[in-house]
Design a protein around this ligand. Structure first.
Ligand SMILES: Nc1ncnc2c1ncn2[C@@H]1O[C@H](COP(=O)(O)OP(=O)(O)OP(=O)(O)O)[C@@H](O)[C@H]1O
Length: 321
């Protein structure tokens, strides 16, 4: 079973630029969570903070008893071995073939024999559909293959927590669907706690148990996916519908004059998006333990964070008051 990650009061700035402040959430053990948010809202910085690659100035991230923000480096390094991270571009070494890239963490962090390593690397490459591609260099393969190689590398140390930074970026819709299925299957097989950072609404609506959104330097909410998809917060609605009307602008939030102009033109909130059923593991795999425990009301209470922000303009058409 994966490990719970508890984030409390996290605040991060770069110089005078505040990225986000007072972010608190719990990634429930063994469940899949998604973090959404417009570009530049600090999703990647959040992910790096969870693993201790970026140090926020306030708050803590508790993983297996270690505070990833405030503990000494040696404790953070030890706890980091519980993680597997799939970076946005795969983060592969360009001069190493895929096999050596994927074997790298095993050679670096374990004393396993080359024979053992071969078994593990071959298994993980097959799991992500890269069987037989071990001799290829990263520069010789597609972006999708690089991502899958990055995922295979993230898996070789048997992580209990898997972080994926925009696993879909640059993928076509079919490959994105395959990737979604792969992530759900992985969760069913190894029960790791997973956090996926993405803009992709297909992934956000079909893969996770929990969803949150960063916006305007804050966590707008984090809880079971039905909560965020049913939110009446205009920024959440706009983001989930992909429309230009609403508080989110091209590079930052729109100012009051722009919003007043939209209101004068009769702009209304889009309706809440339809929530498709959750993706199930492929045939032959065990059910996800997360979906079994989701039916347990005690767990639902324990892991449900609040979705507090509702700024619905008065009189918005189609909205119950
Ligand atoms: N090392 C750094 N030094 C200074 N500023 C940084 C650093 N890393 C990130 N930032 C800034 O922090 C903000 C958030 O960046 P981040 O990459 O986390 O956003 P994001 O939500 O992941 O964006 P996208 O969806 O476009 O990938 C940006 O304004 C970025 O320029």
């Amino acid at each position: 079973m994966g490990i719970e990650v508890v984030v409390e009061g996290l605040t991060k700035s770069f110089g005078s630029q505040m990225v986000w402040h007072d972010v608190s959430l719990t990634l429930p053990a063994g469940r899949i969570s998604v973090l959404l948010g417009p570009s530049g809202t600090g999703k990647t910085v959040f992910l790096k903070s969870v693993i201790g690659l970026v140090r926020p100035e306030r708050g803590r991230v508790m993983v297996d008893g270690v505070d990833m923000v405030n503990s000494p480096d040696r404790d953070v390094f030890r706890a980091r071995k519980l993680f597997g991270v799939m970076f946005q571009d795969g983060a592969l070494f360009g001069s190493m073939n895929l096999y050596d890239n994927i074997a790298f963490p095993l050679r670096e962090h374990t004393r396993r024999s080359e024979r053992d390593i071969r078994g593990i690397v071959t298994d993980q490459m097959e799991r992500v559909g890269l069987g037989g591609a071990g001799d290829k260099l990263p520069g010789e393969i597609s972006g999708g293959m690089r991502k899958r190689a990055g995922l295979a590398r993230a898996l070789v140390l048997d992580p209990q927590i898997i972080l994926c930074d925009e696993p879909d970026s640059g993928l076509d819709p079919v490959r994105t669907s395959f990737l979604s299925q792969l992530l759900v299957d992985l969760n069913a097989q190894i029960d790791a706690t997973m956090l996926i950072v993405t803009h992709n609404l297909d992934i956000a609506s079909t893969v996770p148990d929990h969803v949150g959104m960063l916006y305007r330097g804050e966590l707008v909410g984090f809880g079971p996916r039905e909560q965020l998809f049913g939110s009446r917060d205009p920024a959440v609605r706009q983001f989930l519908s992909g429309r230009v009307t609403g508080p989110i602008g091209m590079s930052e939030e729109k100012d009051a004059a722009d919003l007043a102009g939209e209101a004068a033109e009769g702009a209304v909130l889009p309706p809440p998006p339809e929530l498709p059923p959750l993706l199930q593991p492929s045939a032959g795999l065990p059910p996800r333990r997360a979906s079994e425990t989701a039916a347990d009301p005690r767990l639902a209470t324990a892991t449900t964070a609040t979705l507090p922000v509702v700024h619905l303009p008065a009189g918005a058409a189609g909205e119950p008051s």
